[in-house]
Design a protein around this ligand. Sequence first.
Ligand code: AMP
Ligand code: TRP
Length: 336
Amino acid sequence: MSESGARPRVFSGIQPSGDLHLGTYLGALRQWVEHQHERENVFCVVDLHAITVPEAIDPKGLKAKSREVAALYFASGIDPDANLVFVQSHVREHAELTWLLNCTTPLGWLHRMTQFKAKSDARESVSTGLLDYPVLQAADILLYDTDLVPVGEDQVQHVELTRDIAQRFNHLFGEVFTLPDATVPPSGARVMGFDDPDAKMSKSVAQERDRHAVNLLDDESVIKKTVMSAVTDSGREFRFEHAGAGVRNLLGVLRSLTGESYEALADRYEGRGYGDLKKDVLEAILETVRPIRERYEAYAADPAELDAILARNADRAREHAARTLKRAQDALGVGA
Ligand code: AMP
Ligand code: TRP
């Protein structure tokens, strides 16, 4: 548990690549916001992870994107006075601990990561950074003596790997790291694409296909088109027990946004057309994203103030990170 013994320590992050969408919100951001006052939190904008694929390397745009993601953390309800929010590359200890962990992590563990397999299968060549990505993620988490890592389902394997990396290091070189656990929300941990309910809603696909995702900063007219054109089953009437992936996804989103149970929703829509379900999903989404967009505009209007918050928080994060890095260096016999 945490150093203070009182509140659990939390670390999580989102990459500043592409636009944050409903999946990012329901899988990650919302659970951060919900529990923020019960925990001691570090929420990072993980820009070093974003440069592991070449198309995300955009020297002009990346800093602005990092600022946008931080502003969306605050706009989603993260209290800037009660949580540490900063940009990963501003705290160089993340990269430095990654090297130490590289040297104690078997290569085979990285080749087994399903996200690496999926991303590398789709490309002719991949960077070493893409393979090493989960070790950087382990460094992020371990630097802050983290107990809990709130993420969507696709990241659970990386958090389990982090545990293995920490356990192996502790076993070989002495107790340096706290072992973290992933937490996933009870609903919304895997939101599927509106145009393809067999595939996870993803930022990279959303860049190629207009009707794939609802982005948090999309115009209402665009959101309406995406939701109303969502893929459903071939039948026209709602039959709960025979619902296919598209209808289950819409129901899952509605359940996640309203807190209602599947049973209650099934009763409501039984025998009605899919249009009714889509209209209600649309309404629930708009109610959620409207205030986020309004608050976002306020943060975006003052980039200097945002940069000042991020710089102050990076200074505070660095203090904690440096202490952990020193313990790891001492354990390995490197460093001053
Ligand atoms: P990323 O955008 O890949 O940096 O992911 C940021 C966070 O959002 C991670 O915790 C992911 O697990 C979560 N996430 C991303 N896509 C989805 C999705 N379609 N459904 C639920 N959670 C997601
Ligand atoms: N790999 C995560 C993702 O793509 C982002 C991430 C980087 C992260 N470091 C982390 C998530 C540490 C949780 C904890 O979603």
